[in-house]
Design a protein around this ligand. Structure first.
Ligand code: NAP
Length: 511
């Protein structure tokens, strides 16, 4: 099989992979490839095309700090705008020639002899000094285990795999789940479908959404004076950071959010029984706080029924609830979220002791050092890794923080002659102890709900329990002292100077 040797292999062409490519290039590290299973850049924003898909993080914060977008149309951006933004940034970056789209990672294993990751993909084999995984924290749909789901005769699809060929006009649609995706899709679905049954297991706290559109004057100003847009962005950033204490230290402050959500319910719904059915009985923030002005009016619409009785089974023609009621359905939409604490990419990455990341994490729960590097997995950098996700602000800030750290680490690796490193067990343990200690007082732990933030041990291995600027400070420099060299590097001298392009001259053929 032909093998392509590169210094750095990046998995995923979403915000994380794209940011890495751009920042490595800026640092003179041009010998990299980005492999992406989909046929386009965009990651989540390429995959999630369901009707109504939009970002619930303010637009001004949902862009790279180095590529502000003066053209955002509104306070919150719809998916097509974000995808267009990412395509534009990718095209302008001069890195697209090193993207291999439609290429899926099948297996990645550390080869101690070579001091490289050997990565098998659907398009051939790669050998890389570093493996930078930006495969997405929310990329693999989680399908519900409901009896009979396989027997349903009509179309079935997950929100993140929307089938646009399926005609919905005049059809009876059932939606399972009432999370962030469902609350965006249902208000659109009910405009075309004859009927929508919404199956709710647990209600969410849903606060109003700012629908403000950006005026032409503002856009012109942002274009001409980027400092103005930076100032607006800083204001939005600060306002969101001000919410952190209510999540992390003083969950009682979430009563303010609950009041806003209850007012939202009263505005959207008049029926007392329906109001009661959508009012959560746990502290706001325990699950992700959602934003929508359209969700409650949609549930109150004549052609929508909220079903709160547990689903018993699915038949070829519909859904039977635990009370024995059978509702006929033409199209089944699955809005039950993603594999978060058991990411499937972890099953495909094998460390130096022959165990996969999934095997290691099955024993311990997801753990990493600073959410980015993992003991036993030399030169692996996990973007949006354990305890890096946010309940209050933009993941783009976290991604940029991690990428700075990775670029600094790569610089250190190059200067050391590529001696492979991984965090020491002590450093990794201390980091996770610190993070878990902080979890005790958070609303995610004390709020009285079951959420996808928690793993099967009940630990929150998903969210960062603090301010985003604290996270950034922790990752400001590659802290070599927390790392150990795992094997003598096979070559003392770097054989590729920074600035080399990944090229055919380095492609080698192996047996
Ligand atoms: P989600 O928030 O995990 O919601 C899944 C929903 O499905 C929940 O209501 C859950 O109920 C329900 N569910 C799960 N398994 C079920 C089962 N077996 N039977 C019945 N109901 C079941 O998933 P999501 O809506 O796709 O959103 C996931 C995350 O993606 C969000 O939290 C957010 O981080 C991200 N997202 C972001 C945006 C954005 O605007 N930026 C938009 C969409 C998604 P329980 O609550 O009872 O578990």
């Amino acid at each position: 099989m032909q093998r392509t040797d590169v210094d750095h292999l990046i998995i995923g062409a979403g915000f994380a992979g794209l940011c890495t490519a751009i920042k490595l290039q800026e640092a003179g590290e041009t010998d990299f490839l980005v492999i992406e299973k989909d046929d386009d850049v965009g990651g989540t924003w390429h995959a999630n095309t369901y009707p109504g898909a939009a970002c619930d993080v303010p637009s001004q914060l949902y862009s790279f700090s180095f590529a502000l977008n003066p053209e955002w149309s509104a306070a919150y951006s719809p998916q097509p705008e974000i995808l267009a933004y990412l395509r534009r940034v990718a095209a302008d970056s001069g890195t697209l020639d090193r993207f291999r789209l439609g290429t899926e990672v099948l297996d990645a294993r550390w080869d101690a002899g070579l001091g490289r990751w050997i990565v098998t993909s659907t398009a051939g084999e790669y050998a890389a000094r570093t493996l930078i995984a930006g495969a997405g924290g929310l990329s693999e749909p989680r399908l519900p285990e409901i009896e009979g789901i396989g027997s349903f005769a009509g179309p079935v699809f997950h929100t993140a795999r929307w089938d646009h060929d399926v005609e919905l006009a005049g059809r009876r649609v059932a939606v399972i789940g009432t999370g962030a995706s469902a609350i965006q899709a249902v208000p659109e679905l009910r405009k075309v479908a004859a009927r929508v049954d919404v199956y709710q297991r647990t209600p969410n706290w849903v606060i109003p959404r700012n629908e403000r559109r950006t005026s032409d004057l503002e856009k012109r100003l942002f274009r001409r004076v980027p400092a103005v847009q930076r100032a607006v962005r800083a204001g939005v950033y600060t306002a969101l950071e001000a919410r952190v204490p209510a999540f992390v230290r003083f969950p009682r402050l979430q009563a303010l959010t609950e009041a806003a959500a209850k007012a939202n319910i009263r505005r959207g719904i008049t029926d007392p029984a329906l109001r009661a059915a959508v009012t959560p009985d746990y502290r706001a923030g325990c699950k992700r706080i959602l934003i929508s002005n359209a969700w409650y009016p949609a549930l109150a619409a004549d052609n929508v029924e909220l079903v709160t009785t547990r689903i018993d089974r699915i038949t070829p023609g519909g859904i039977v609830d635990a009370d024995g009621t059978h509702r006929e359905v033409d199209v089944l939409v699955i809005a039950t979220g993603f594999h978060v604490t058991d990411p499937p990419i972890a099953e495909r990455i094998t460390g130096r002791d022959g165990r996969t990341l999934a095997e290691v994490w099955t024993e311990t729960g997801m753990r990493a050092y600073k959410g980015t590097t993992i003991h036993g997995f030399p030169n692996l950098f996990q973007l949006v890794g354990p305890n890096t996700a946010l309940g209050h602000s933009s993941m783009v800030f976290i991604i940029e923080s991690q990428v700075r750290y990775v670029v600094d680490a790569v610089d250190a690796l190059r200067r050391s002659g590529w001696a492979p490193v991984e965090p020491t067990p002590a450093a990794q343990e201390a980091w996770n102890e610190h993070v878990q200690e902080r979890m005790g007082s958070t609303v995610w732990t004390t709020g009285g709900c079951a959420s996808w933030y928690l793993d099967r041990f009940g630990n929150n291995t998903t969210l960062w329990p603090g301010h985003t600027f604290t996270f950034r400070r922790h990752l400001a420099r590659f802290d070599r002292g927390a790392y150990q060299v795992v094997d003598p590097a096979p070559a003392v001298q770097s054989d590729t100077p920074p600035g080399a392009q990944p090229g055919t001259e380095k492609e080698s053929v192996t047996a």
